[in-house]
Design a protein around this ligand. Structure first.
Ligand SMILES: C[S@@+](CC[C@H](N)C(=O)[O-])C[C@H]1O[C@@H](n2cnc3c(N)ncnc32)[C@H](O)[C@@H]1O
Length: 438
């Protein structure tokens, strides 16, 4: 019987899902080496697509496997749970004929060394197909299964966005568009757009984001014209909005306090010549700032250090601009990284908001009077965003939030919130805070 494609990419997806859900590894990390080991680009794309789909549909697929399996598999056979869950996601999506999906899942079990469970896999999936009508409504009255998020996160989003929470959860389950940043030192937006069209890639500019193009279909990054020489970079439009809040001018002394992997540092330097210091606590991630800037032909002073403790790295000269692109829940970019919903725990939020407050408090004295600090997160949770900033403003009499620049997003009591998929963008929060003189 013909199979839609091989078992190998499906095994890669099932193993990566197990690494995320059982061992807390990030999906990109879990996929990196196995994807490289796959020969065909088509197989790599399939493995990635299926792993992402399983992250989005995990509660329902997991619930169905439990429901259909009479006995929990032995610990050493745990992978069969993920192989079956993946096949159920495929059966629910119905992009391939059902018999082919069952057939290939049985092959995956064999390839994984679970030969003795091939019969079981076949029986479980055939039972699902027989009972498909009855199981169509499985879990539908449970938001966890319906939307595919952990209960705690649904509750947080519902509390913060009582009118939009369902739309936010649904947006987080859709594949994001590919946004490009045009380096206008290298070429104009129009020239970049023409080069893309010649390469068969239609793109659209975005109102109020002068460097942004949104591609109408996805493409391998290395195939983008001008990418190798720094003419184009991949960066969501919401992240690109950050540079507008910075109100940059040539010659300013700027600190990017949480800089890795360097997207916003690079954007700022593409905009104008700056004396830029890029700090990150993580040496491995800081190396990525170096390679990002190298590719584009830009330079900055790179410092590995704790931005919440400037005594270890600050030279005593104040900055005109400080960007705090803070570590956060990443709840605004779940459509891009669907594994985040399973990796983050409710208990991570307090340490994160505490770190954000410490970063703001420690960096504020490094800003010149008249200078601007921009705080940004890819979060949609108010405690990381407007509540964090309101509390900062209460404690700092010399701080004043500037009115939001004209950009996509919704104005909050302080700062501006872009909700996921609004104008095609990631969920993001921005605020610019001016330090008052004397
Ligand atoms: C949201 S990411 C920054 C993304 C980056 N600005 C960009 O546009 O490419 C947050 C970064 O903060 C760094 N970080 C976390 N705690 C830090 C600290 N105490 N000091 C400096 N950097 C920190 C993390 O290593 C991570 O690279």
């Amino acid at each position: 019987m013909p199979t839609p494609t091989g078992a190998e990419p499906r095994l890669v997806a099932a193993r990566a899902a197990a690494a995320v859900l059982d061992r807390g590894q990030a999906l990109d990390e879990a996929l990196a080496a196995p994807l490289e080991a796959l020969d065909q680009g088509r197989d790599r794309a399939l493995a990635r697509r299926l792993a992402l789909a399983l992250m989005r549909d995990w509660p329902a697929a997991d619930g169905l496997v439990r429901h259909l399996l009479r006995r929990k598999p032995a610990r050493r056979d745990r992978l069969i749970h993920f192989i079956l869950a993946l096949a159920l996601v495929e059966l629910r999506q119905a992009r391939e004929p059902a018999h082919a999906i069952v057939h290939v899942a049985v092959e995956v079990a064999g390839l994984a060394g679970l030969t003795r469970l091939r019969g079981l896999a076949n029986a479980v999936l055939r039972a699902y197909l027989r009972r498909q009508d009855e199981l169509k409504t499985f879990g539908q009255d449970d938001p966890v299964q319906e939307y595919g998020y952990p209960a705690w996160l649904i509750e947080r989003i519902r509390l913060d966005w009582p009118d939009q929470w369902r739309a936010i959860l649904i947006a987080g389950n859709q594949a994001p568009p590919l946004w490009l940043r045009v380096n206008r030192r290298y070429w104009s937006l129009d020239a970049a757009r023409r080069a893309l069209t010649e390469a068969g890639l239609e793109s659209d500019p975005a109102p109020a984001l002068p460097d942004a193009l949104m591609l109408r279909r996805r493409v391998a990054i290395a195939d983008l014209p001008g990418f190798a020489k720094g003419g184009l970079s991949v960066q969501d439009g919401a992240a690109q909005a950050t540079v507008e809040y910075l109100r940059l001018q040539p010659g300013l002394r700027m600190l990017d306090a949480c800089a890795a992997p360097g997207g916003k540092s690079a954007h700022a330097l593409e905009r104008c010549d700056l004396e830029l210091t890029a700090v990150d606590i993580d040496a491995r991630r800081l190396a990525r700032v170096a390679s990002t800037l190298d590719r584009i032909g830009l330079s900055a002073r790179l410092v590995q250090g704790d931005a919440a403790d400037p005594s270890g790295w600050w030279d005593g000269h104040a900055f005109d601009r400080i960007l705090v692109d803070a570590p956060c829940s990443a709840s605004g970019v779940i459509r891009r990284h669907p594994d985040i919903r399973w990796l983050r725990r409710a208990r991570d939020l307090d340490p994160l908001t505490d770190l954000q407050a410490r970063l703001l408090g420690a960096l504020w004295p490094l800003l010149k009077p008249g200078g601007i600090l921009v705080y940004a997160t890819c979060s949609i949770l108010r405690e990381e965003n407007e509540r964090q900033i309101s509390s900062f403003l209460e404690q700092h009499a010399d701080a004043r939030a500037l009115p939001p620049v004209r950009l996509p997003g919704q104005r909050q009591s302080v700062g501006c919130q872009i909700l996921p998929a609004e104008a095609g963008l990631d969920g993001f929060y921005h605020v610019a805070i001016e330090r008052l003189h004397g």
